[in-house]
Structures are given as structure tokens and as C-alpha cells.
Design a protein around this ligand. Structure first.
Ligand code: HEM
Length: 252
């Protein structure tokens, strides 16, 4: 696939198109989206069984499909956590941490919101994109809690719920707890799981809204970068890429 961007015809603005997202991250991203969509659909079906007039066996079937998809989701979350430690430079925790040059979370957030809402303007009158080759620094405020807290918590509460309700792995013995313990435990776990779902919807709204806003402001190619893996970078971002990866960029 020819991924050379027409945006590179203006070297004053964008100077290089470079591989940022390794294949395993792209595969993870889209497989994860698919599995999450299936989890949401099965959840909506069994949760609205009365409204939809579903029979008890059909409702239970959707619940079980949801739980088995949960195992796939668990494997995907573990895979992404593995990449955060062992993947390429742009898959690692360091590239997910918004802090830099000694500035803390709040200072960086203020600076980045300002940069995205009121970007600097270059000599050609166009807004100057951010200098980070990998994760967008404002996006890191979403990605870091998603990967470090929300997804693992959703996995943990989902697995616990499956064990409590059906005696499924990993803790099948929870199914034989006395009702006095099992009932409140199931209530807590299922409510935390539902809260995680709404938090996830919030993430998705901000994720997609942020991507659209970025594309419109900087006329970038973020969306396709998660397909072919390359990002178009400004001169400053390309220099940062060289520093982070240690790969010198050949300049024609
Ligand atoms: C239609 C839905 C989606 C689209 C079009 C989309 C698109 C993208 C794009 C273009 C990027 C690169 C952004 C950047 O450069 O900072 C990205 C990154 C990312 N997206 Fe999505 N995304 C979608 C759904 C999701 C979902 C459901 C998740 C939830 C798990 C997710 C999690 C992430 C994460 C964690 C990253 C950072 C890359 C990484 O470190 O793995 N996305 N997404």
C-alpha cells in the first residue's frame, strides 16, 4: 500500500512520514474495538431482555457469550500490558506518560489544552501541530488511565462476576459461597462492572471527539495512522522521533 501523504508536498509544515504504531499495536487496537463492540451488544441484549421479550434460555445464552468474550478481552488486555513493557518505543509506558521536563500532570494538562485550543500559528498562517511523534500528549491523559486502571478493572470485575454467578474460571469456588456473602459480593462486582462500562463510554466519546478535533485543527492523518502505522511529522517531531528511537532519518 502506498502510504505517502500528499501533506508532505509542503515541507515547511510536515517533513516526514515515519512508522510509529507497530503491527501488534494496530492489530490489538482493532481487535479490541471489535471484541468491545460484541461485548456491548451482548450486554445490551441480556440487560434489556424484558423489553425485547427474550426467553430465559436466550438471555442466559447472551450472558454466557458475554462471559466467554470476556476471556478474549482479558487476553487482549494482557497483550497490551505486555507491549507496554516489552513493545517498541511508542507502545511503552514512557510514551503514555503525559509528564515531561519536570512538569507534573496538571501543568502539562493546562499547557496541552491551551496548545490544542489556541495553537501557535506558523509563517504560513497555519496552526502548528504538537511535537510528539507517538501518542498525542493530551490523548495520554485518556490512554494512561484506560490501560493502567479502567481496562484491567473491567477484566477483574468481569471475571469475578463470572466466577460468582456461574462458577467459571478463574475462581470457580466463589460460586459455592453462602448466599449471605455471594449476594452482596455479586451486587458490588456487577455495579462496579456497569460503572466501568459508563466510564468506558466516556473514554470513547472523548477519544473520538479528540481525534476529530485534532484532524480538523491540524489537517493531520491520525485516523489512517492506526491502519498503516505511519504518522506525518513536523521537523521538530521528526527530530524527537530520532532521539526516541535512535534511528537516524534519511533526508533526501
Ligand atoms: C471507531 C473507533 C476508534 C477509532 C476510529 C480509533 C482511532 C484511533 C487512532 C487514530 C489512534 C491514534 C491516536 C494518536 O495518535 O494518539 C488511536 C489510539 C488509541 N486508541 Fe483508538 N480508536 C477507536 C476506538 C478505540 C477503543 C474502543 C479503544 C479502547 C480500548 C481505543 C483505545 C486506543 C488506545 C489505547 C490508543 C493509543 C494507542 C495504544 O497505546 O495502544 N480506541 N485510536
Amino acid at each position: 500500500m502506498n502510504t505517502s501523504s500528499p501533506r508532505l508536498s509542503d515541507p515547511q509544515r510536515y517533513s516526514a512520514q515515519l512508522p510509529v504504531w507497530e503491527p501488534r499495536i494496530r492489530l490489538w487496537h482493532w481487535a479490541n474495538l471489535l471484541v468491545i463492540l460484541l461485548l456491548v451488544i451482548t450486554y445490551l441484549l441480556f440487560d434489556n431482555h424484558a423489553l425485547l421479550g427474550l426467553s430465559k434460555p436466550t438471555t442466559v445464552l447472551f450472558q454466557k457469550i458475554h462471559f466467554y468474550l470476556g476471556y478474549l478481552f482479558t487476553a487482549l488486555v494482557l497483550e497490551r500490558l505486555y507491549l507496554a513493557f516489552r513493545g517498541r518505543v511508542f507502545s511503552r509506558w514512557r510514551d503514555l506518560d503525559p509528564r515531561h521536563e519536570g512538569a507534573g500532570f496538571l501543568a502539562v494538562m493546562k499547557e496541552e489544552i491551551n496548545r490544542h485550543l489556541r495553537p501557535k500559528i506558523d509563517a504560513g498562517g497555519r496552526p502548528v501541530p504538537d511535537p510528539d511523534p507517538g501518542h498525542n500528549r493530551l490523548g495520554r491523559f485518556l490512554y494512561l488511565p484506560l490501560l493502567a486502571v479502567l481496562l484491567p478493572a473491567q477484566v477483574a470485575t468481569g471475571l469475578l462476576w463470572g466466577s460468582l454467578k456461574w462458577g467459571l474460571l478463574p475462581l470457580p469456588f466463589l460460586h459455592s459461597l453462602s448466599p449471605g456473602i455471594a449476594k452482596p459480593a455479586t451486587w458490588v462486582v456487577s455495579n462496579l462492572h456497569a460503572a466501568g462500562f459508563y466510564a468506558f463510554l466516556g473514554f470513547l466519546l472523548l477519544h473520538l471527539g479528540g481525534l476529530v478535533k485534532y484532524e480538523l485543527t491540524f489537517s493531520s492523518d491520525l485516523f489512517s495512522s492506526m491502519i498503516h502505522g505511519k504518522k506525518i511529522l513536523t521537523e521538530e517531531a521528526a527530530k524527537n522521533y530520532e532521539t526516541l528511537t535512535g534511528d537516524p532519518i534519511s533526508r533526501q
